[in-house]
Design a protein. Structure first.
Length: 307
C-alpha cells in the first residue's frame, strides 16, 4: 500500500484528491485505521505489503511514497516487507551483490524490522515476502529460498510468503535441513540482542543520535514507557531541549547477574546546559546508565547528571 514511486518527479505537478494537505504516510496510516475499524465486525486480520527498504528508512524519507513502518504497523495485524535480495543495490548490508547473498539480506532486513517493532506498544507480526525467482544470472533454487526462511526463523520470524512470477515452487525449499532439525529456534544470542548489539551499543547509538541530531536513533533506543509514543511529539521535545551533548565515550557494560535482560552501561560524557543567557558545562566520568532488553532489542535509560 503506497503512493506511486518517483515522487521527486510527480510531486510538483500532482494533486491527490482527499489528501487534504496531509503527509503521505499520515494519509495511509489514517486509511488503515479506518479500514481496521470498518473490518472489526468481521473478525479478520488486516495486513499491508511494504517495500523492503521500509525496514530501514524513517519518516517516509527519502522515498516519499507514504510508507512508514511505525505508523502503518500501529493499525495492522501484520506487515509484509518485500525483502527480495534482487531489489537491493550494491552497498546494502555491506554487500557487493545483495542478490547473491539471500541469507544476509533477509537477516539484515529482519533485524531492522525487529528493531522498529521494539519501539512500538502494539507491534505487528512481521511476515516477509521472500524471493523465489532467478535474477541477473543467479539461480534461486531450493537452497537460496530455504536460506531466506532460515534467516528469518533464526530471529523468531516464522511467518513468510514466497513470490515466484510463474507460480512454480520447488517443494524441497520447504523441507527442513539436517542442521535445522538439530537447532533450537529462535537462536539464543546470549548477551547480544537481535541486531547482534550489546547494551553498550545501545548507549552508543543513542548518544550518536543526540550528537548528530539523528533523533530517530534516540527514539529507537529509548524504552517505550520512557518517552512519547508519537515520534513527531518526541522530535519536538528533543529539538527544544536545553541540553547539548559535546562529546561522549562508552567505556563498557556489566550484565545483571540476576536478570539476563538488564545491564549497567559505563560511560563518560560532556554536556552543555543552557538556561537563557547562562550556559553550564558538565563533565561526567564513569557515569552509570541502565540498559534493558525490550522486545529482543537493547535499550538505554539515558539520564544526564546536571551536577
Amino acid at each position: 500500500m503506497r503512493f506511486p514511486d518517483g515522487a521527486k518527479k510527480y510531486n510538483p505537478i500532482t494533486e491527490f484528491p482527499g489528501r487534504n494537505g496531509r503527509d503521505k504516510d499520515v494519509a495511509i496510516a489514517e486509511f488503515l485505521q479506518y479500514a481496521k475499524k470498518e473490518l472489526a465486525p468481521y473478525s479478520v486480520n488486516l495486513g499491508a505489503d511494504v517495500f523492503g527498504i521500509i525496514t530501514r528508512t524513517w519518516d517516509d524519507f527519502p522515498e516519499d511514497i507514504g510508507q512508514t513502518w511505525i505508523l502503518m504497523g500501529e493499525h495492522v495485524d501484520n506487515l509484509a516487507p518485500m525483502v527480495y535480495p534482487s531489489h537491493y543495490s550494491t552497498g546494502w548490508y555491506n554487500l557487493e551483490n545483495p542478490n547473491a547473498n539471500p541469507y544476509l539480506v533477509v537477516k539484515g532486513a529482519m533485524e531492522e524490522a525487529i528493531e522498529k517493532n521494539s519501539s512500538m506498544e502494539n507491534p505487528p507480526h512481521i511476515r516477509p515476502w521472500i524471493q523465489d525467482f532467478d535474477w541477473q544470472g543467479i539461480e534461486y533454487g531450493p537452497d537460496k529460498v530455504r536460506a531466506q526462511i532460515i534467516a528469518a526463523k533464526e530471529l523468531g520470524v516464522t511467518e513468510y510468503m514466497i513470490w515466484n512470477p510463474g507460480n512454480v515452487y520447488d517443494p524441497y525449499a520447504f523441507m527442513l535441513t539436517e542442521t535445522e532439525k538439530k537447532t533450537t529456534y529462535p537462536l539464543d544470542k546470549g548477551e547480544l540482542d537481535y541486531r547482534e548489539k550489546t547494551p553498550g551499543d545501545s548507549a552508543d547509538k543513542y548518544l550518536s543520535g543526540m550528537l548528530n541530531e539523528r533523533f530517530s536513533y534516540m527514539y529507537l533506543m529509548t524504552p517505550v514507557a520512557d518517552r512519547e509514543k508519537d515520534f513527531d511529539s518526541y522530535l519536538k521535545a528533543m529539538e527544544s531541549t536545553n541540553v547539548s551533548l559535546l562529546r561522549y565515550k562508552v567505556t563498557g557494560y556489566e550484565m545483571d547477574p540476576s536478570d539476563k535482560d538488564k545491564a549497567t552501561v559505563y560511560l563518560n560524557y560532556k554536556i552543555e546546559i543552557k538556561n537563557g543567557d547562562v550556559s553550564q558545562i558538565v563533565e561526567k566520568d564513569n557515569a552509570q546508565w541502565q540498559s534493558v532488553r525490550e522486545n529482543n532489542i537493547w535499550k538505554i535509560k539515558a539520564v544526564f547528571d546536571a551536577q
